[in-house]
Design a protein around this ligand. Sequence first.
Ligand code: FE
Ligand code: ZN
Length: 531
Amino acid sequence: MEAETLGYRQTPEAQPDEKVKRALRKVHEAGYQMQAEAFSLLQTLSQRQDPEQIVDRVLKKLSEAPPSFPFVSKAMVEEASTLEREKRAATEGLREAEPVEMGKGIFRPEAKDVEARVEVVMDPTLQLASKGSVEAFMEYFRSRFQQLKRLLRQRLDLRDAATIRESLEGRAGAKVKFVGMVAEKVSRGKRFFLRVDDLEAEAQVLVQDSNPMLVDKARNLLLDQVVGVVGVKTGNGLVVAEDLILPDVPQRRPGFSPEEVNAVLISDLHVGSKVFEGKLFQAFLGWLRGGGGGRRERELAGKVKYLLVAGDLVDGIGVYPQQEEELEIQDVCRQYEAAAALLEQVPDHIVIIVIPGNHDAVRKALPQPALSKKYAEALYEKCGSQLVSLGNPAQVRLHGVEFLLHHGRSLEDVLVSMPNVSHRNPAKAMLGLLKGRHLSPVYGQRTPIAPETRDWMVVDRVPDVYHAGHIHVFDQTYYRGVRLINSGCWQKQTLYQQRLGLTPTPGVAAVVNLKTLALTVMDFSRMLGAP
Ligand code: FE
Ligand code: ZN
């Protein structure tokens, strides 16, 4: 399934005044005079449209049927400008956000007549009670192992998997098949040694370099991932791997909505940061309100029923050393006030679904509860019943289409571990997590995990759309009926990202049609002329 990108591509152009002058010259050169009213309309239009193109159309029309008087009238400019506008809409897309009054103007959002259908499938918020004790960690890992073992044993090829102890009891040369968690991974040249345990016993697994496909699988394995091992037991108790199997996602048909409504996916606003892209976000809000210029963009906006925000609504405070130097708003409550003032502008018929990220003012360890009412009070107050505030991760069903929302801090772990994955292709990193059916496998590195009695990061139900953020680079892919979208950001490059060599892609919103799962990418940075 291919995605389509809409957005205005900016080309270097002269000042509007210059263009109007040139347009006027064209009229004169063609032997016509321009009526004063026509000229002032052209001047107004030149803010949004190319006056020369309008004049070209007028002159073309005149050449087809010359009038009895050599004048260009206001009506002629008007007509040519709408033609021009329609043509532009069809070819280039969004040009400028012009907020149109809801319900009154020409913009009548279809989604206003569609009843919202939100079912929360999974939300850890009210069920968090981590004690942080050693027993709690044991219980947490047991939960992870049991849940993933169950998923692995649903596979035909692992239905008859034994325990590690049973497997190691067999004679040398016997075939073994078991499920275990990757406790250690060491590479020696092209060979890999894995230590795999199932909370009862552990096995040393050798991946030989003779099988490049298998070496590749071993290379992509993440620590603490749960994996199926098929191999042969040797005389000294080692297991020589023949296959390594992740739970993966079965071939499936995604869920589709009977109604044609759109969900818009964004994340990482970082309101409060000095480099928050306020202009781009205003353009986005303007588009949601029907000020999208082109007919297609307005139609798209009119069908938006849901706005999904995958975390980092604000920049927070004390998230990294010396953050205060990069903050426009130093108080986290005021950051949420500013964010609320923006989200308040989202049309009332659109449901806003928000989860927190690592910059938000809730506990940092996964799973995170929903945004705190104490710090994000303004948001709860201003968005009221429009707001569905959930934890990270969370899963919701919208008109029968399941969305998995996950902020995505653990994607950093994937970026450093998996070959061929970088911050340029975060959707690939998301796919790596999805295949392992766990959103944050690596324990004790970048992503803090709280030892809840249940592991909430296991992807028990395969979603139709997996939405993450955090990397600040827009990317998407499609795999076995699952749309994976990393929704980019609304913040310019930070100093930290500069050091990493990461170029963010601010100003992109992903629009998913729930009836077809088709994806349209609205790129507001093109509209405002970013390079
Ligand atoms: Fe972020
Ligand atoms: Zn983040």
